[in-house]
Ligand binder design. Structure first.
Ligand code: PLP
Length: 221
């Protein structure tokens, strides 16, 4: 099946309020262009190097999402054009993004990555650490970052009960933070969860952004 057909199938299934992010990591610019021509505008990459290489070769109205772990010394390279950074996992990183955002006069959309999986290799904050980070950022004040919500990755397993439980933890955390720190504010509204293998479950649990790679572009080597 073609990239356009894959996107078409997903769009038919995903509610319009959920943003479909096409994860194009390792895929050539030609594949991204094919998706773009079919109307896709949100693309996700997990490496600064790939973002920096691909972004100038593609139309300026693409919304680029950095979905991978981000090192503070690389923030500068993506801040001039990035739409959203999904995996903020320290106050240090948030403050560097803020400082670089100030230099280019942009407010950078950020999500805090929460650790929900039982695997040990995944990055992220515990809910308690995330709460502390939000409190510090509010008293910062950080005027060049906008905390738009939370991101998480479930354990890579076919035990759907477990995945569902993990998404539930993230959703609960999102609801708690909305109430406690962002009441009456519309900026804190994104829950980025769900990939090719678990996006249906994620949407059932309240996801507002799904990050889908292989179901659109085929498997990666
Ligand atoms: C690669 C990646 C995805 C997409 O994975 P697929 O299983 O190919 O859909 C989603 N989120 C993150 C953080 C990724 O690194």
């Amino acid at each position: 099946m073609s990239i356009a057909e894959n996107i078409s199938h997903l769009r038919n299934e995903i509610p319009p309020i959920v943003t479909l992010i096409a994860v194009s990591k390792t895929k050539p610019v030609a594949d991204i262009r094919e998706a773009y021509e079919y109307g896709q505008r949100d693309f996700g990459e997990n490496k600064v190097q790939e973002l920096v290489e691909k972004h100038p070769m593609l139309p300026g109205d693409i919304r680029w999402h950095m979905i991978g772990h981000l090192q503070t010394n690389k923030v500068k390279q993506i801040v001039p054009f990035i739409h959203m950074i999904h995996a903020v996992d320290s106050l240090k990183l948030l403050s560097v993004i803020n400082a670089e955002g100030e230099k280019v006069n942009r407010v950078i959309n950020c999500l805090l990555q929460i650790y929900i999986a039982s695997e040990e290799t995944k990055f992220g904050l515990s809910p308690e650490e995330a709460a502390q980070l939000i409190e510090s950022s509010l008293s910062g004040p950080f005027n060049h970052v906008r905390i738009c919500g939370l991101m998480g990755m479930a354990t890579y397993t076919d035990k759907m009960e477990q995945v569902k439980r993990e998404f539930g933890v993230l959703k609960e955390c999102f609801a708690r933070f909305s109430e406690k720190y962002f009441k009456g504010q519309e900026t804190f509204r994104e829950l980025s969860m769900g990939m090719s293998g678990d996006y249906r479950l994620a949407i059932e649990t309240g996801s507002t952004m799904v990050r889908i790679g292989s179901l659109i572009f085929g498997s990666r080597r």
